[in-house]
Design a protein around this ligand. Structure first.
Ligand SMILES: CC(C)(COP(=O)(O)OP(=O)(O)OC[C@H]1O[C@@H](n2cnc3c(N)ncnc32)[C@H](O)[C@@H]1OP(=O)(O)O)[C@@H](O)C(=O)NCCC(=O)NCCS
Length: 350
């Protein structure tokens, strides 16, 4: 779809909305957008994001992802971009990113037009919640104008108009059966982000040690948004030992996750670090999803798995999954007003 906006300064912005599979390839058109966004001589995104962007533009990614690329042009030249990704089968949860306007073209309303197209398109396909991360006050202003509200740390989320924000998490991630375990897939980008960002279980503190995601408000909150997904997905895709299993409930919602990261260098490759999350209604099922990830890892020569915890509630979930305390790191986590001990839990695989 193409839409022309008359900008306040009199110029025409031609916005292309490329739905899943549309306008993808490896021609000069996609190279142009890739260079525009990654700024090879002035990079602003982490390499893993650039790698995924290349796949999204080429259309070579795992087909579970339904992504929309928005490209704004003035007089045929790319001046702004944005991207939104969700699950193709159940487009309820999404992630928004790759929002960039050419520095000389800023302040003309370009990002606002693209953001409006993105979020309206998501509501049209049945979207319930969209996440993004930013610390840029200009971007925050734009996103707030289009329904995004501060959520956790640098994360903002937009809820489908008419949704009650106060009990959204409790309702959305509520119990609906015991859930089924499957492998992660790219279409889970919004769903996994929602799970990592969840404010509850509030006692857990550690959400993803490898990605430095902790929650101990007000001083310590989420330090990333889509980044943990992109980084963990890259590790998962590059080594068979890096298992990633998720629990999906009867409503098709991702409610628990366990992923492993083992170094590829032979002397240490049998030692993995595990990250796991569970919605409050599914803490009792965390063990099952952890077990599935460990089974996969064991079959790929992982022999010892370590996981980090601070609060008793999270350590208890690890103990139930067969982990034992290996060592306590005194005061290893700085929560701003206090330093707390981190317990390294370990489970040996047969
Ligand atoms: C953020 C960014 C995408 C904005 O693009 P843009 O096309 O210039 O944005 P727009 O012209 O549509 O809107 C700018 C808005 O910010 C407002 N604004 C400008 N300076 C501001 C400030 N310091 N604080 C808050 N709002 C500000 C403008 O007044 C305007 O809002 P208004 O129309 O309500 O008056 C662009 O600055 C950029 O590419 N930054 C670098 C990449 C980035 O940070 N991306 C977002 C993170 S994911």
């Amino acid at each position: 779809m193409e839409k022309v906006f008359a900008l306040p300064n009199g110029e025409d912005l031609v916005a292309s909305v490329l739905g899943p599979g549309e306008g993808r390839g490896t021609t000069a058109v996609q190279h142009d957008i890739y260079s525009f966004l990654t700024r090879p001589f002035d990079p602003w995104m982490v390499p893993t994001e650039g790698g995924f962007l290349a796949e999204f533009l080429a259309g070579t990614h795992d087909p579970s992802l339904a992504d929309t690329m928005l490209v704004g042009r003035i007089d045929g030249t790319v001046v702004g971009t944005a991207w939104h990704g969700t699950d193709g089968d159940l487009p309820e949860m999404g992630g928004y990113g790759f929002v960039f306007t050419e520095p000389e073209q800023r302040g003309k309303g370009i990002a606002q037009r693209l953001t409006e197209l993105s979020i309206q398109g998501f509501w049209t396909v049945g979207g319930q919640v969209s996440y993004l991360g930013t610390v840029n006050p200009v971007a925050q202003h734009i996103y707030e104008k289009h329904g995004y509200r501060h959520y956790n740390g640098l994360t903002y989320r937009a809820l489908r108009p008419g949704t009650d924000a106060d009990d959204f998490d409790e309702q959305f991630f509520g119990r609906a059966g015991d859930g089924a375990i499957r492998d992660i897939r790219l279409g889970d980008i919004g769903a996994y982000t929602g799970l990592v960002m969840l404010l509850a279980p509030v006692e857990w503190i550690v959400r993803d040690y490898t990605e430095a995601m902790f929650y101990a408000p007000p001083k310590v909150q989420a330090s990333g948004c889509l980044r943990p997904f992109f980084n963990s997905m890259t590790r998962h895709a590059t080594s068979a030992a890096n298992a990633w299993k998720v629990l999906v409930n009867d409503n098709g919602r991702l409610v628990a996750s366990a992923n492993l990261w083992a170094p590829t260098h032979a002397p240490v490759s049998a030692n993995a670090t595990m990250e796991f999350q569970a919605a409050p209604a599914y803490v009792d099922r965390a063990g099952a999803v952890i077990e599935a990830a460990l089974e996969h890892a064991a079959a790929n020569d992982v022999r010892a798995v370590r996981a980090f915890g601070v609060a008793e509630e999270r350590l208890a979930a690890l103990r139930e999954a067969g982990f034992v305390a290996e060592v306590v790191q005194p005061g290893a986590l700085d929560l701003g007003d206090q330093r707390v001990d981190v317990t390294v839990m370990r489970r040996d695989l047969g």
